[in-house]
Design a protein around this ligand. Structure first.
Ligand code: SF4
Ligand code: SF4
Length: 267
């Protein structure tokens, strides 16, 4: 019952953030404001690392998106990638599109676990490229490719980003959260922060499987939207876990999966 309530709360918060983003988009269409990108925490890289911005301390550097982006990165040190499952509008739309498919399709359409590990380099490469481009003052190149930013200049749409957005949404009908798993440079940056936090010995919330109660049915891994092999260990150490709580909700033995703040030395 508690887990069902958590899922209802998550859907409510996701809906509110999606509504907020769509309202901002609507306002940008009529030209009151310039950019839905003010919602994107990756502004911490795209705008935060531009030399021009750094030289204008107190100006764009202090904009809400950059502060928000940095705050989310710090939060991942303690709570992991909750942002992706609870707040990100792009994550929400991908999740809801995949949910349109039948239960049978969603359970059958699974890539092998190693495929996610192998494809992970893509998002890290995108992260490295965007950081480099921003530092040398060419951040606008990556911004034009950003699916979120593509909507920001309506009616002057950035077409490369729009194409990427359409492809991402279309792919979401076949694969769970393709942008979050394979391409999101902010997801990669959150992963880097979590790995640094682990090395620094900072305790972080992890999904925990009670080994005494677990029957190894494998349902939790089958339903995991990030294709994580939950049955591999007692704790889900995988930095791609977005703390959606779906594994706990789908587990037939209620109370077997929970979250716990764990010191890296305990692992
Ligand atoms: S391990 Fe559980 S909480 Fe983490 S992403 Fe997978 S289903 Fe969500
Ligand atoms: S769904 Fe529950 S019982 Fe089944 S493997 Fe996962 S934790 Fe164990």
């Amino acid at each position: 019952m508690k887990k069902v309530k958590i899922q209802s709360l998550r859907i409510l918060i996701q809906s509110l953030f999606l509504l907020l983003a769509l309202s901002w988009l609507a306002i940008s269409i009529i030209g009151v404001t310039r950019s839905i990108h003010q919602f994107c925490p990756y502004a911490v890289v795209c705008f935060g690392l531009r030399w021009g911005v750094l030289l204008r301390l107190g100006g764009v550097l202090m904009s809400g998106a950059i502060i928000f982006g940095f705050a989310v990165l710090v939060s991942t040190l303690f709570w992991g990638r909750k942002f992706c499952a609870w707040l990100c509008p792009l994550g929400t739309v991908q999740e809801w599109l995949f949910a349109l498919r039948s239960r049978q399709y969603r359970l059958k359409c699974k890539l092998p676990f190693y495929a996610d590990t192998k494809a992970a380099w893509l998002k890290y490469a995108l992260m490295a490229a965007t950081i480099l481009l921003s530092i040398v003052g060419l951040g606008y190149v990556s911004i034009k490719l950003c699916p979120f930013y593509s909507l920001s200049l309506i009616p002057r749409i950035a077409f490369p980003g729009l194409i990427l957005l359409i492809l991402t949404l279309a792919a979401s009908l076949f694969v769970s959260r393709p942008w979050c798993r394979f391409l999101c440079p902010y997801g990669a940056l959150m992963n880097v922060f979590q790995i640094a936090g682990r090395k620094a010995g900072i305790p972080r919330k992890l999904v925990k499987r009670n080994l005494e109660r677990c029957t190894d049915c494998g349902l939790c891994s089958l339903w995991c939207p990030m294709n994580i092999n939950i049955g591999e260990n007692e704790y889900v150490e995988n930095v791609n876990c977005i703390h959606c709580g779906i594994c706990a909700e789908k587990c037939p033995k209620k109370g077997t999966i929970d979250e716990e703040s764990v010191c890296p030395k305990q692992l």
